[in-house]
Write a protein that binds this ligand. Sequence first.
Ligand SMILES: Nc1ncnc2c1ncn2[C@@H]1O[C@H](COP(=O)(O)OP(=O)(O)O)[C@@H](O)[C@H]1O
Ligand SMILES: [Mg+2]
Length: 403
Amino acid sequence: MKILLVGSGGREHALALGLQADLEVTELHCAPGNSGIAQIAKVHPLDISDNAAILCLAQELDVDLVVVGPELPLVNGVSDVLRRAGIATFGPSKAAAQLEGSKNFAKEVMHDAGVATARSATCTTPAEIEKALAQFGKPYVVKDDGLAGGKGVVVTNDYKEALEHALGCQKVVIEEFLDGPEVSLFGISDGKTILAMQPAQDFKRAFNGDEGPNTGGMGAYSPLPWAPSDIIEQTHREVLAPIIAEMAARGTPFVGLLYAGLSLTDHGIRVIEFNVRFGDPETQVLIPRLKTPLATLLYKAATRDLENETLEWSDDSAVAVVLAADGYPSAPQTIDVGSEFSTITDTYIFYAGGGRLLSATGLGSDLTEARDRAYRAISQIQCQGTFYRSDIALNASVAEKGN
Ligand SMILES: Nc1ncnc2c1ncn2[C@@H]1O[C@H](COP(=O)(O)OP(=O)(O)O)[C@@H](O)[C@H]1O
Ligand SMILES: [Mg+2]
């Protein structure tokens, strides 16, 4: 099987590793890729916002499957373009990608599917905004309806800040605050069947103790020893399967990766948001633990053939720690960390590029061992002009040891 993977981040490096390990894969291409991906796949230059260029490359390479990593080309409808040309594609259509592209659309689908989420109001006028802020109260949760590259959501006790953010959006979703730990749980879907992956938790704030600005993610771990033992089954039953059924009933089946961002509240699981692609850095802890051959799995999803599939996992725990450039996320320095470290044992190094330079994923028999390995690698690689959080998976590993 010949595969083209689209994207260039740590997520794509982890996916490339998983795809390459599948014995069915004869050629692995990635565009635009990065220097780490170039060590395991053939990389090609590409502007990922150019649907025609993606189609052209896929046809030139004559691939059997395209796997689309980032949300931008999905929301731009690249999967429709590829499928129309007869190319099997792992990634939702433009219509189905609206689950990430519009917070309001996601709310409507959840409502129709009977999936529990924060109560909300979608507003377009100052009067509606003021009414909704008063109705839901503090802490205010204000979400730009459209794609905002992680900068669209403000959670604050400051009324002025909430109001200003809301007034700056063309369309805004204002909702009740959900109190509970956050969990990321992904499902792989062929449009009819969805297979729930293991849960992971990511760390969004830049600094230790969840301080500092929001980032793309500074680390992650899986599994979650503290989570309810039936979280996978419950999320499949209450969230993933109903959404897949609703999207199919609307005539816009969801084929690809459905990312459920969940809050585990005292009243049960609530959906915070959906994404329509693998999360970064959760993918860097999930793919190293997944034993099911990845390319075959994603090809089956793309060709509506998941019905008899199951996912197999290693018993290992995984912890990923991100090394970022000083100034990330607002004004990251340009740093070249080199590549001599790519052979550190029992640890995967996934390159990213941009403000997040790379991540180290340690595997171990428990979170403590996995953490130790990830941090040993990161402390060897870190250099002037870089930083990382030192508390990724710390609380969970202490709690696990205590049990
Ligand atoms: N209703 C809510 N209650 C509490 N926190 C929320 C709520 N909605 C979002 N958040 C917080 O804001 C973060 C970003 O919101 P999210 O909906 O995931 O948007 P995006 O990832 O597009 O920026 C979430 O990870 C969560 O920490
Ligand atoms: Mg989010």
